[in-house]
Design a protein around this ligand. Structure first.
Ligand SMILES: C[S@@+](CC[C@H](N)C(=O)[O-])C[C@H]1O[C@@H](n2cnc3c(N)ncnc32)[C@H](O)[C@@H]1O
Ligand SMILES: [Zn+2]
Length: 290
């Protein structure tokens, strides 16, 4: 619910406090943002470039693929990491913020594990935001550009999640409360490799776990990490969704995806190999902070 998240947000133009009333969000300086009928608010500045946003078809494919449970082990590892990071008596107050949340699927799993916390799904895609606004009763969905400054107050997040999504270390350091955590999921070598090879998929080179740690050095200290590994037995529907939800979808017609998938036998075994790493925000935890 947006109402539960409003005190964690800030105006993208003037960084002022926001209030929610009558279907709009506004700051004291008069910047106004409409709440979409689907329940999300777009806090993107008007001149923002949205070229990297997932399309409607990509979001649909991702929702169906994740909804079928193929990446449940990743959701579980994220929930384990977030719960472990907030287990101690000194855990800071604040929200669980998923930056580049997509459909909000993983955020919902984390919130299920943390019944006292509210969540905020941030994404640049309105199609993703529509899905994320319905992902969980305690989650709000907010439009922003992860590279252009997050519309969140300093220290508003007890935990930030970054799951196959853009990461701006300086902004993450600003919004994660001291004593809080950043939980990052990145593909490891071999992730989905059989599908990538058989279907001629594009892959976006990812930073290795060590390089993510280096990028975050300073504000965050590595705290814990696991490698999530499994063999997925996928039918052609799921294989098509893997292509349709990723970067290849921008270059391949749906009919071409169908043609390539139809040539494969099923079930088709695909490796899941994802690193889930937690980083502790350095600095002392401040109790009672919003
Ligand atoms: C690979 S998807 C991952 C989605 C989700 N974390 C998951 O794992 O299901 C990347 C997401 O980042 C979003 N995205 C891309 N560029 C962005 C930006 N500049 N700011 C915020 N979100 C962005 C896309 O719209 C998409 O939903
Ligand atoms: Zn403002």
């Amino acid at each position: 619910m947006l109402a539960d998240a409003i005190d964690a947000l800030r105006c993208p133009h003037c960084s002022g406090t926001l209030t929610l009333d009558d279907g709009s969000v506004r700051c004291a300086s008069g910047h106004v943002f409409d709440v979409a009928r689907q329940g999300y608010v777009n806090l993107l500045p008007g001149n923002a470039r949205t070229g990297s946003a997932d399309t409607a078809a990509m979001v649909r494919a991702r929702a169906d693929f994740l909804g079928a449970g193929h990446f449940a082990a990743v959701s579980d590892a994220l929930a384990d990491a977030a719960a472990a990071a907030l287990a101690g008596p000194d855990a800071p107050a604040g929200a669980v913020v998923d930056v580049g949340a997509g459909t909000g699927h993983h955020l919902a799993a984390v919130l299920d594990r943390l019944p006292e916390r509210r969540g905020i799904a941030l994404d640049i895609s309105k199609h993703a935001l529509r899905a994320a606004a319905r992902a969980h009763p305690r989650a709000a969905a907010v439009g922003c550009d992860a590279w252009g400054g997050l519309p969140l107050r300093d220290g508003a997040a007890a935990v930030a999640l970054s799951v196959f999504a853009p990461r701006d270390p300086a902004e993450l350091a600003r919004v994660v409360a001291p004593g809080g955590a950043l939980v990052v999921a990145t593909p490891e070598p071999g992730h989905l490799a059989e599908a990538v090879a058989a279907l001629g998929m594009l892959t976006v080179p990812e930073r290795k776990r060590e390089r993510v740690a280096g990028q975050l050095d300073g504000a965050f200290a590595p705290a814990a990490g696991v490698s999530v590994r499994a063999s997925l037995e996928l039918d052609r529907t799921a294989l098509g969704q893997i292509v349709a939800m990723g970067p290849s979808a921008r270059h391949l017609e749906p009919a071409e995806i169908d043609r390539r998938v139809a040539a494969l036998g099923e079930p088709f075994t695909v490796t899941l190999a994802v690193a889930v790493a937690a980083y502790r925000r350095r600095g002392e935890a401040l109790r009672g902070r919003p």
